[in-house]
Write a protein that binds this ligand. Structure first.
Ligand code: UFG
Length: 328
């Protein structure tokens, strides 16, 4: 039995694939559990062990925990599209909560008591103030944010009652790519890949959802954080789990950029003109979401090194250029 085995749920997804790559490079043995509903088989690093299945499949989990000495679970698997969450909340609550509870119960049954959980800035809703600290009120605006916040609370209860140790990361806007793994959703809804579709000649323009916000150029401000920096935080969490358990950390860059600034950076890096169409505001979009990541820096020693906007956009551009047809 290997000592450093980590179960990564959702390891065929965007952040999960990058985290798996990093864990493998640090000598961990990784088992990826993913039902491929939104993930990509080819996004799973060839050195990871891949298991296709649901996170709530107790018999499958039983076999995995029985057959491997799994030290910790990194739990990425979830439904994450904010707009879809408003129209079909049942699916979000079933997958993100009910199935998640089955995962926790299987962990307890087989004596695995360490979990790193992917939460989101969506738990804050419309912030009173930026930068947002972890102590800020949590008032999610949609079923996605609610499902993540509820799971955070379940982790607290499982910690208090059953000794489950957890570290929760509230991601702000994950962006950027590594050489091999990148951001690829179907349908794509995220700003940066959609912007890059224009110079890739996959679309003719980018929609900008609202230019009448109370921000420096009227478009929404977001805190873009490089996926490799996010992956690094997970590594630190595994290393520090014993002394920092049941903690919640924001993962953001601490600097916000407007939609127009992202587009201008993409124009510069791709050396293309990216036509813009101004549309009405998208429901549930807060004007500004910027993290205070001071707690992650101070307590975890997290030091984001590639989260400047240039590096994020450039790494994305290079990956998308090489993967015009996605992973196929
Ligand atoms: N936007 C556009 N045009 C597009 C797509 C996005 O103008 O075609 C704008 C959005 O209105 C928003 C910004 O670009 O102002 C960023 O939008 P994304 O959809 O890329 O990201 P969000 O900020 O909506 O969502 C991200 C994560 C969610 C998480 C949320 C936290 O993707 O998982 O941050 O609020 F919940």
């Amino acid at each position: 039995m290997r000592e450093k085995t980590i179960l990564v749920t959702g390891g065929a997804g965007y952040i999960g694939s990058v985290c798996t790559e990093l864990l493998l490079s640090r000598g961990y043995h990784v088992i990826v559990l993913d039902n491929l509903q939104t993930g990509h088989r080819k996004a799973v690093h060839p050195k990871a062990e891949f298991v296709k299945g649901n996170i709530g499949n107790k018999s499958l989990l039983g076999r995995l925990f029985n057959g491997n000495s799994i030290r910790a679970v990194i739990h990425f698997a979830a439904e994450t599209l904010v707009t879809a969450a408003n129209t079909r909340p049942q699916s979000y609550l079933a997958n993100n909560l009910v199935q998640g509870i089955h995962l926790l119960d299987s962990m307890l049954k087989y004596g695995c008591r360490q979990i790193v959980f992917s939460s989101t800035a969506a738990v804050y809703g419309e912030p009173n103030d930026v930068p947002i600290e972890e102590t800020h009120d949590t008032k999610p605006l949609n079923a996605y944010g609610d499902s993540k916040l509820m799971f955070e609370k379940i982790l607290t209860h499982y910690g208090n009652a059953y000794g489950m140790k957890s570290i929760v990361f509230r991601y702000f806007n994950a962006a950027g790519c590594t050489e091999n793994y990148g951001e690829l959703h179907n349908p794509e809804t995220h700003l940066l890949p959609l912007v890059l579709h224009v110079p890739l000649r996959q679309s003719d323009y980018i929609n900008v959802f609202g230019d009448d916000y109370d921000t420096r150029d009227g478009t929404c401000i977001r805190d873009y954080v490089h996926v490799s920096d996010i992956a690094n935080a997970h590594l630190l969490a595994l290393e520090r789990m014993k002394d920092l358990s049941n903690a919640i950390y924001n993962l953001g860059n601490g600097t916000g950029f407007t939609v127009k600034e992202v587009i201008a950076t993409a124009e510069r890096i791709s050396q293309s003109t990216i036509p813009v169409r101004i549309k009405s505001r998208r429901a549930g979009d807060p004007a500004k979401l910027v993290a205070s990541a001071a707690k992650a820096r101070d307590q975890l020693g997290w030091n984001p090194i590639c989260s400047d906007l240039e590096s994020i956009v450039e790494s994305s551009w290079l990956w998308h250029l090489r993967h015009k047809d996605g992973y196929d």
